[in-house]
Design a protein around this ligand. Structure first.
Ligand code: ZN
Length: 276
């Protein structure tokens, strides 16, 4: 896990960002709202009628490495799992849009706008949300692997936000994907610890404030305007890269395929149960 929604750094920000703001800040550090539509057009994206559209979001990319163990980087692993999952979903009749298709950020903030170290991360995360919205995705699935300062931490968890308007669907998707991951990892020979469902609206505590996971959270106006996904979503943490043994498990391609199968199983069950 990488802190997706780091607290804003006061240094270098306009005074309005430091509390008591009268007006929301302009989105100078976010992608423009029409960027995602242009990006989808550039990729030749067309909505295929009659198919469910799944937005897959391989976490991190480019300078954002995420968790790592030796030469195994979370950003690469997440993308490999997402590409396996795309193939599996397409074979089952789903349409898929990826927030990134290579080792790069989804949205690159121009140098001139990178006023604080958090800005490129925030802009990248906003870009991922914007792409899913512009594509008209039915669900948003963010694919991660975990990291901890405690190398003995291990297992599988899925994050969702209960306080969104479609919080019940977030929960259902999270429940089914968690079950799918645990089952498919077991079938592939690895019995993972089930760490359960996690509340994405309380991802991180900092100075008595609670920070939600950006890609799962509600829209915000303070300290900045953010746009939220318009569809149910989850964030999966399949295994811990910071755990030496789980990193060696994750390095195996058949395990990456098993993780993709776990997501597929959860997504398929979700649509069967949710009905839309
Ligand atoms: Zn991550």
């Amino acid at each position: 896990m990488f802190p997706e929604s780091r607290p804003p750094a006061p240094a270098g920000l306009p005074p309005a960002a430091q509390g008591g703001a009268l007006l929301p800040l302009p989105n100078f550090n976010l992608p423009p709202e029409d960027w995602a539509r242009q990006e989808l057009a550039r990729r030749g994206f067309r909505r295929e009628p009659g198919k469910k559209l799944v937005a897959l979001d391989p976490g991190h990319g480019g300078l954002e490495v995420g968790a790592a163990q030796g030469r195994l980087a979370e950003k690469i692993l997440n993308l490999q799992i997402a590409l396996h999952l795309r193939s599996l979903l397409e074979a089952e009749g789903f349409q898929v849009v990826l927030t990134r298709e290579a080792d790069q950020r989804a949205f690159n903030l121009p140098e001139s706008q990178s006023l604080s170290p958090n800005n490129p991360t925030r802009a990248d995360l906003q870009g991922r949300v914007d792409l899913a919205n512009a594509a008209g995705a039915d669900i948003f699935v963010s694919i991660h692997n975990n990291g901890s300062s405690n190398p003995s931490e291990a297992g599988t968890e899925v994050w969702y936000a209960p306080d969104r308007p479609f919080g019940d669907k977030n929960w259902l998707l999270a429940r089914e994907v968690l079950a799918g991951l645990v089952e498919e990892l077991k079938a592939a020979g690895y019995v993972t610890a089930n760490r359960g469902l996690k509340n994405g609206s309380q991802f991180r505590l900092f100075r008595d404030r609670v920070f939600p996971l950006f890609v799962l959270g509600n829209p915000r106006t303070e300290p900045r305007v953010t746009r939220a996904t318009q569809m149910p979503g989850i964030l999966g943490e399949s295994l811990f890269l910071s755990n030496g043994y789980e990193a060696s498990v994750l390095a195996q391609e058949h395990i990456q395929v098993a993780i993709a199968r776990g997501y597929l199983r959860g997504i398929t069950r979700y649509f069967a149960l949710a009905g839309s």
